[in-house]
Design a protein around this ligand. Structure first.
Ligand SMILES: [Zn+2]
Ligand SMILES: [Zn+2]
Length: 179
């Protein structure tokens, strides 16, 4: 099997973790993971909390955004964004039940405490959550640009408080009222 990313490099049997086999690319460090094995592994594994907080620079993990072809069957793999805070996506082939992780994305998943949650990430529910998170992030970014980091943080804190307040509308009315 050839690497879907580098095209010419050949994938070889490796392990992402003890007991978790994968087909890895020696060149780009990407890996093809069979979810059949993965689900079984994820049920047995328990990541110690300390291990998940690894110091990795999220923005340095690059993601190949072009449509990737499944190295097994040649079909186009579907992309599933991992979270609202990173742009990385997991490529998944429904036909083969295999997921492709670009180099560094396994470490990224672990850092986001998603190391044992790939099937969850691929679910509709998670993808809706990610879209929501991403649009929230856009609003926050916009506010930061308009009023600066400090005021934006204050506004965010206030928003979270007011949004769940039983007298939310009274408070918002009071705020909008001008003399
Ligand atoms: Zn490669
Ligand atoms: Zn396939």
């Amino acid at each position: 099997m050839k690497c879907p990313n580098c095209k010419s490099a050949v994938l070889s049997a490796t392990k992402l973790e003890a007991g978790l086999p994968a087909m890895g690319c020696p060149q780009c460090k990407g890996a093809l993971v069979s979810l059949l094995y993965y689900r079984d592994w994820a049920e047995r594994v328990s990541f110690p909390e300390s291990e998940t907080g690894e110091d990795i620079k999220l923005e340095e993990v690059s993601d190949n955004n072009a449509g990737q072809l499944c190295p097994k069957c040649g079909r186009i793999m579907s992309k599933y964004r991992i979270s609202g805070s990173v742009t990385n996506k997991i490529d998944y082939c429904v036909a083969c039940d295999e997921a492709w992780l670009d180099g560094g994305e396994w470490e990224l998943l672990k850092a986001l405490k998603l190391g044992d949650k790939i099937p969850t990430v691929l679910s509709d529910k998670w993808q809706r959550h990610v879209r929501h998170e991403a649009s929230e992030q856009k609003w926050t970014d916009r506010l930061i640009k308009q009023v600066g980091q400090k005021s934006a943080a204050k506004a965010q804190e206030f928003r979270e408080w007011v949004i769940n307040h039983p007298n939310k509308s009274e408070i918002l009315f009071y705020l909008s009222h001008e003399e």
